[in-house]
Design a protein around this ligand. Structure first.
Ligand code: FES
Length: 147
């Protein structure tokens, strides 16, 4: 059910690991299956100089994580925040429809890591981040568990 490209990234994921002195870090959980992804970024001259991920998830989650690191590496912050889950799925030559939710993890974790960098390192307010980059604060999916 998976494309060759998905299987290839699943077997041989790129940019796996952590960046200990990361400039930004984003962790996102998938509310549907409970899988988890953390993405680390290193920024230089407003560009994503390095990016790594740790993912506990299915084959689609691992492949989309791997692919998003390839798509985002070297991009400017403005370009990186525009990467959508569809871009990731397209680059992987498609994901089965029931696996599309898995690709949310990668795109959301990237945006969460960038948000972390902009707010924590650059000390920008939520409003500034929204007006400059069109980026909203990361959602916390476990919020609804308490209701
Ligand atoms: S089933 Fe959990 S991320 Fe795919």
């Amino acid at each position: 059910m998976y494309s060759q490209k998905v299987m290839e990234h699943f077997r041989n994921p790129r940019n796996v690991g952590e960046i200990p002195d990361a400039d930004g870090e984003g962790t996102v959980g998938n509310p549907i299956c409970g899988d988890l992804m953390t993405l680390y970024i290193k920024i230089k001259d407003e560009k994503l100089e390095d990016i790594k991920f740790k993912t506990f998830g299915c084959a689609a989650a691992i492949s989309t994580s791997s692919m998003i690191t390839e798509l985002a590496k070297g991009k400017s912050i403005e370009e990186a925040v525009k990467i959508t889950r569809n871009d990731v799925a397209d680059a992987l030559e498609g994901l089965p429809p029931i696996k599309m939710h898995c690709s949310n993890l990668a795109a959301d974790a990237l945006r969460a890591a960038i948000y972390d960098y902009l707010s924590r390192k650059m000390k920008l307010s939520g409003e500034e981040i929204m007006s400059r980059y069109g980026l909203a604060p990361p959602k916390h999916d476990d919020d609804h568990e308490s209701h």
